[in-house]
Write a protein that binds this ligand. Structure first.
Ligand code: 5AD
Ligand code: SF4
Length: 346
């Protein structure tokens, strides 16, 4: 059977026993191919300025209610120190598309972290010229994270008002790999207008791009955004519409593990926002990464992509992650936790 049709069938499957089997199969493949360690990536949401207007996201430029911030290099270093103290092997520097942030500024921050701590650095700052990504790589950044959100060109165009002149996300990911980055991406699950066929294509693209990390989470309607408002007022009814549920997210995690057996797959924050405890279920359905927040709550509160519970202090997040790992019978990863490969790349 054509793999795309097979994935499509699985995405539509609703027999609880079969779904349980799928998750167990993914969990076995996870254990065999990447082991029992759960890699911890300290998430530093260092700025919420954004020039884009993605219809689903609370950081969109059009959201004038949100007070904007960017952490100072010293504040970012403090977060990195906290991550290192908790034993996390990686920090993820994440921000909106801030056009007031120069490439040189971020390069200095990356150098500051690499000089002081034995941490892998992932950058997640959106679409920027190739040249900027080259500078950050030279400064020591190890990984780049850029979600393509959906591989359906029409749906993509509908929810991302264009900013011409930038390399597309797929081109950027490919260029990043050439520069020596590990590359990560992912999609939102249950975007209004997302069909099972298009989600099956997303999964095929994960495989085709040979991504090193893949983080997919449910779409959470944000009432301060146009797409969130619309989804709350008129929930989609098309039978081909993918639901934005935790069950669907777990299915996607499991299928991603089967298609990309050695990729690093996080149980995402959006998953645990949707349903308490589903984070743990993610770890049992193929995920092997958790991204605990290390930003102080006063900043984190302003990184309001979608509504959620008030942020916890990094120490509390650490304790809760350790409890989850214990409950799942897994152990925290040691070291940077990079992508494993059966064979070195040709
Ligand atoms: N629901 C779920 N995820 C969202 N993101 C942005 N808005 C939402 C939303 N409403 C995710 C996207 C984006 C990142 C900044 O956050 O995947 O890449
Ligand atoms: Fe900005 Fe990213 Fe949100 Fe789009 S998804 S508005 S680029 S922060």
């Amino acid at each position: 059977m054509d793999p795309r049709a097979l994935i499509d069938d699985w995405l539509r499957e609703d027999d609880p026993e079969k779904l349980q089997e799928l998750r167990e199969r993914a969990d076995r493949v996870r254990a065999e191919r990447v082991g029992d360690e759960v890699h911890l990536r300290g998430l530093i949401d260092f700025g919420n300025l954004c020039r884009r207007n993605c219809l689903y996201c609370g950081l969109r430029a059009g959201n004038r209610e949100l007070p904007r911030f960017r952490m100072s290099p010293e504040e970012i270093l403090d977060c990195a120190r906290a991550a290192a103290d908790f034993g996390y092997g990686t920090v993820v520097l994440q921000a909106g598309e801030d056009e007031t942030m120069s490439a040189a500024w971020l390069a200095e921050v990356i150098r500051g972290i690499k000089d002081r701590f034995a941490l892998a650095v992932t950058i997640s700052v959106g679409e920027r010229p190739f040249e900027d990504y080259r500078k950050w790589r030279e400064a020591g950044a190890d990984r780049l994270l850029l979600k393509f959100e959906t591989s359906d060109p029409e749906l993509y165009a509908r929810i991302h008002p264009a900013k011409p002149g930038l390399p597309t996300r797929i081109e950027l990911l490919k260029a990043g790999r050439e520069m020596g980055y590990e590359i990560g991406s992912g999609v939102m699950i249950g975007l209004p207008g997302q069909t099972y066929q298009s989600l099956a294509d997303d999964l095929m693209l994960f495989h085709e791009l040979d991504l090193d990390m893949i983080g997919s989470g449910p779409f959470i309607p944000n009432p301060d955004t146009p797409l969130g408002k619309e989804a709350l007022a008129n929930p989609p009814t098309d039978p081909d519409q993918v639901p934005a549920s935790s069950e669907m997210t777990l299915k996607v995690i499991a299928l991603t593990r089967l298609l990309c057996p050695q990729a690093n797959l996080p149980a995402t924050t959006a998953l645990s926002t949707l349903e308490q405890g589903s984070y743990l279920q993610g770890l049992r359905a193929g995920a092997n990464v958790i991204m605990p927040q290390v930003s102080p709550p006063r900043f984190r509160e302003l990184y309001r992509i979608y509504p959620g519970a008030p942020p916890l202090a990094p120490e509390e997040v650490f304790r809760s992650v350790m409890r989850d790992l214990q409950a799942a019978g897994r152990r925290p990863g040691r070291g940077p936790g990079g992508r494993l490969r059966e064979k070195p790349p040709a």
